[in-house]
Design a protein around this ligand. Sequence first.
Ligand SMILES: Cc1cc2nc3c(=O)[nH]c(=O)nc-3n(C[C@H](O)[C@H](O)[C@H](O)COP(=O)(O)OP(=O)(O)OC[C@H]3O[C@@H](n4cnc5c(N)ncnc54)[C@H](O)[C@@H]3O)c2cc1C
Length: 492
Amino acid sequence: MKREYDVLIVGSGAAGLYAALQFPENVSVLVISKRELTLSNSSLAQGGVAAVLDKSNDNFKLHIADTLIAGKYKNNLEAIEVLVSEGPSDVLKLKEMGVAFDLDERGRLQMTLEAGHSRHRIVHHKDSTGRAIVDVLIDKVRTHKNIDIYDNTMLYKLDKNEKGFYAGLLLADGTSRVIAAHYCILASGGIGRVYQYTTNSAIATGDGITLAFMLGARIKHLSRIQFHPTAFAAENDRERFLISEAVRGEGAVLLNCDGERFAFKYDERGELAPRDVVSNAIMLESMAKGNEKFYLDITHKDPEFVKKRFPMIYEKCLEENIDITKQWIPVFPCQHYLMGGIDVDLYARTTVDRLYAAGECSHTGVHGANRLASNSLLEALVFSRRAANDITEKLGREDNTPFGEFTEHEDLSGRTMPHGFRTEIRRLMQETYFVIPKPELIPESLKRAKEILTDLTGGEYETDHNFVEARSLATVACIVLEEVLRKNDEQQ
Ligand SMILES: Cc1cc2nc3c(=O)[nH]c(=O)nc-3n(C[C@H](O)[C@H](O)[C@H](O)COP(=O)(O)OP(=O)(O)OC[C@H]3O[C@@H](n4cnc5c(N)ncnc54)[C@H](O)[C@@H]3O)c2cc1C
């Protein structure tokens, strides 16, 4: 690892990797990932990427309209226009790079339907699209000599002066290091781990959002959190396996504890209504029935089709002793996605000079109050490319002098952090701010989250992975709950 880079990219998901590949050879780039390179929400993406690629049957206006409807018209129209009109060429670029999207019998990209989309426009690789994309992007990044990529390297601190950033890193060998970079792109993913149950990967603790917040960046709509209606209802797993929307898109129906279809009682779009609507329907039905058992039924479809179309879901459910071609799948809502984040403009620029954010940690305004399925990988691609292009252009115009002397090794020792902070934060969030929030509990939860954060920041604890993630969870919980409280007050 060098001492100075032009650009530091925090994250090896779709946003971080795709950004890195945009830079010309003369721009030095460092990509870091706090765990293995493939451990990310991007790798977990099943359904696919939404893009208007068949203009005989689809158009930009329809994709824009679907995105607005799902987002309850709280989206930024300009950002959606960029997403929808530029996205198709990024998807084709991925295909060119070697991502094996499924093809139909005539060799054209196969498009599937997902909830909230009025047309078949989701390109996919079986039911493991994200991993197919990430694997190709990692291979590509490794061929670029200007890009250094390090796994198990965690950003714990981000300081800034007029030249750029000083980034504190916890390295794979247990030591730490400070490096300098003129620009930084945060592509550090979501916040799922602030909940007891989430579909998100273990990395989703909101570190990038926290560090941006500590630098004074504007954070927007962090309380816009999406709960997916159909995660596999395993008793004890924190990370819940997602039963993709595409399963409902292919005809699966939702059943309550009595085996009755109920989604149409709550919305005329039934199982194919946007996620928040279906999650809400499940919670209301569970209150009406006094029972939390819900199922997805796809047993009426040809078993061979189901196995071929959803091989990963089929295998995962079999591991839980459910043969989805013969048995109903137990499901329940859980945390899935963050619509808000570090506020950025159309070039992914945050409110802090030289700091960019892309992917799930950012708020472009594309998703509004609720993300339309398969728009997030697309957002990660489009806006990370725009960030990289903007930085390249700026670097071309600037004469960035070296950083000079700075402290490369910091003392991170301290007291061992006591157990229990993370568990407590997760419980607070799950109990107070799930699908149907409990406003009466929020002031008390916020008070406790603030106490935990104060203890963490003032406790002189050792700066290790555990501490950094606990600090992030507490910061995220405080921002979310404060925002909810503020919105509730405004409504009264
Ligand atoms: C189960 C599941 C299914 C999904 N299905 C779809 C789908 O079909 N279509 C779709 O469009 N979207 C889907 N999504 C959402 C989509 O996958 C994500 O929103 C998107 O991939 C996020 O990409 P990202 O690059 O922003 O973040 P991620 O892919 O989550 O990557 C974050 C990266 O940041 C790194 N990082 C975090 N903190 C630090 C730190 N402190 N120091 C160093 N590195 C750090 C991590 O190690 C990781 O490499 C799904 C999500 C889940 C969880």
